[in-house]
Ligand binder design. Structure first.
Ligand SMILES: Nc1ncnc2c1ncn2[C@@H]1O[C@H](COP(=O)(O)OP(=O)(O)OP(=O)(O)O)[C@@H](O)[C@H]1O
Length: 226
C-alpha cells in the first residue's frame, strides 16, 4: 500500500486554485521534494496533504484512507513541521518533546528525546524556554518535535529555513535516514543542496503543470530559480 496518494488534487483558496492539479504516489521510504518559485502553492499543497485545508477537488489519502488530522490513526503515523510554532508557557524545550513523545505513546520518551536533541544539535538547550531560543535553534526544536513522534510519513515545509550550513547538511542525512527506516518523506524546499543531499525526486510546480523530476534532474532545475 502507498504511504500517500494524491489524485488530481487541486488546492487553493476561496474556490481559486493556486497551482495545477497534482497526482503523486509516495511509497514507503520514498523522498519527494516539492519545488517551485515563491507563491507556486507548495505550502498550500502540504497543508492540504495534512488535512489542514480542504481540497478544491481531487483526493488525498494516506495509508489508504482519506486524510483527517482529527483521526488518531492518522496522527499516529504522520508527523509534520510547517512554518508555525506555538509553545506552552513555563515548559522547557526538553519537557515539550517528552510530552509530545509520551502523548504519542512512545516508550522511553525521555531516552528518545535526548537522542533527538542530540541529532538536531540542541542538547545544551533542553532546559531552555522555547521563546529564548534563536530562530535557527527554534527551527531545530520544531524539527525535533516531529522526530520524537512515531511516523510512517514525514511532511516538512522548507525545513532548511534559518538553519546554518552544517545543520542543513545534517538535515539531509536525517532525511535520508528517515527514508532508510521506511518513512515516506514529502518536503518543500528552495535548497538545491538539500535536494541533492537527500537524493529526492522533485515535484516541480509551475503554471505549466506539476511535473515529477528524477533525482539527477531536480537540483539543476531548482538551482535555475536563483
Ligand atoms: N490564507 C490564504 N488565503 C488566500 N490566499 C493565500 C493564502 N495563503 C497563501 N495564499 C496565496 O496562495 C498562493 C500560494 O501560496 P503558498 O504559500 O502555497 O506558496 P509557496 O509556493 O509555498 O510560496 P513560498 O515559496 O514563498 O513559500 C500565493 O499566491 C499566496 O498569496
Amino acid at each position: 500500500m502507498s504511504s500517500l496518494e494524491l489524485s488530481d488534487l487541486l488546492v487553493g483558496y476561496g474556490g481559486n486554485a493556486v497551482c495545477p492539479p497534482v497526482s503523486l504516489t509516495l511509497a514507503p521510504g520514498e523522498v519527494v521534494a516539492v519545488i517551485g518559485t515563491n507563491g507556486t502553492g507548495k505550502s498550500t499543497l502540504l497543508r492540504t496533504v495534512l488535512g489542514l485545508q480542504e481540497p478544491l477537488s481531487g483526493t488525498v489519502s494516506a495509508f489508504g484512507r482519506a486524510v483527517d488530522e482529527r483521526e488518531r490513526g492518522f496522527r499516529a503515523r504522520v508527523a509534520s513541521v510547517l512554518d508555525d510554532d506555538a509553545f506552552f508557557p513555563g515548559v522547557t524545550v526538553r519537557e515539550h518533546l517528552v510530552l509530545t513523545a509520551r502523548g504519542h505513546g512512545v516508550p522511553d520518551a525521555g531516552v528518545v528525546t535526548d537522542q533527538v536533541l542530540d541529532h538536531v544539535g540542541i542538547t545544551g538547550h533542553g532546559g531552555a524556554m522555547p521563546h529564548t531560543l534563536s530562530s535557527g535553534q527554534r527551527r531545530r526544536f520544531l524539527l525535533a518535535s516531529a522526530l520524537v513522534r512515531p511516523r510512517d510519513l514525514l511532511v516538512l515545509d522548507e525545513p532548511e529555513q534559518r538553519l546554518d550550513t552544517a545543520m542543513r547538511a545534517r538535515l539531509a542525512d536525517l532525511l535520508r535516514a528517515e527514508a532508510d527506516a521506511g518513512t515516506a518523506v514529502l518536503f518543500a524546499t528552495h535548497d538545491d543542496r538539500l535536494l541533492a543531499g537527500t537524493g529526492a525526486s522533485a515535484l516541480h510546480l509551475s503554471d505549466d503543470g506539476a511535473v515529477l523530476l528524477r533525482p539527477d534532474d531536480a537540483p539543476g532545475v531548482l538551482a535555475g530559480f536563483r
